[in-house]
Design a protein around this ligand. Structure first.
Ligand code: CTP
Ligand code: MG
Length: 225
């Protein structure tokens, strides 16, 4: 099965603070998107890469990535899900497996990308990388002044979810075509369609660079990734 990787990279990066679209923010002198694409291209199964870039930066992103890998760059949308749909529409013929991978997870190891693709190839229609939850998690509600605890969730059955998320091409196309409401991940659409979603072990290096502290952490992790 030939693998395509869709890379949503059109977000503003508001939580990272001022400094332009997150995918173009620098980590050790190179844009996050370059770090991400270099690792995607290093996964042996990957045959095609489609990047959804900020609409105003499409040409700049093409030029930026040309020396890194052969990529198709399309303008992204207002929501992540729309960016994924636009990238999905640009997948070349002959692709059986599609991975969706956030540019913000710029240090994701090629081995994790390969492991997700392998699990789809082995027969799982949808595959996500997960990590155990480390914090105690509580459900809260509004109180008279501050929030109050309603209960403690059993952490043992909870997982944090990363990308790349992998899908049979036909499954991802069907759930995206039918998507009515916006979700923060693509596997959520598959769940809603009643299909099984299978977990593989994630990687701490696949952290999503979201807040300023994550950039500091990522810079330190560059030495081990
Ligand atoms: N993304 C996208 N199109 C959007 C919104 C997000 O392609 N309209 C991408 C981001 O570029 C990122 C991934 O989806 O690679 C995960 O989103 P997130 O981490 O939330 O990034 P941003 O939306 O850029 O950040 P923020 O929510 O802080 O603005
Ligand atoms: Mg966002």
């Amino acid at each position: 099965g030939d693998v395509a990787v869709l890379v949503p990279a059109a977000g503003a990066g508001l939580r990272l603070g001022p400094g332009g679209p997150k995918a173009l923010r620098l980590l050790a002198g190179e844009p996050l998107l370059v770090h991400a694409i270099r690792r995607v291209a290093a996964a042996p199964s990957v045959r095609a890469i489609v990047v959804a870039a900020p609409a105003s930066d499409v040409q700049a992103v093409r030029e930026l990535l040309a020396p890194v890998a052969a990529v198709t760059v399309v303008p992204g949308g207002a929501e992540r899900q729309e960016s994924v749909s636009l990238a999905l529409a640009a997948v070349p013929p002959g692709i059986d497996i599609v991975l969706v991978h956030d540019a913000a997870r710029a240090l994701t190891p090629p081995q994790l990308i390969e492991a997700v693709a392998a699990a789809v190839r082995a027969g799982h229609p949808a595959v996500i990388p997960v990590l155990p939850v480390v914090d105690t998690i509580k459900e809260v509600g509004p109180g008279p002044e501050l929030e109050v605890v309603l209960g403690t969730v059993d952490r043992a059955v909870l997982r944090s979810v990363q990308t790349p998320q992998g899908f049979r091409h036909d499954v991802l196309a069907a759930v995206h075509a039918a998507a009515a409401d916006s979700l923060t991940d693509d596997a959520g659409l598959v769940e809603k369609a009643g299909l099984p979603v299978t977990c593989v072990p994630g990687s701490e290096l696949a952290l999503k660079i979201t807040r300023p502290m994550d950039l500091i952490l990522a810079e330190a992790l560059l030495h081990v990734s």
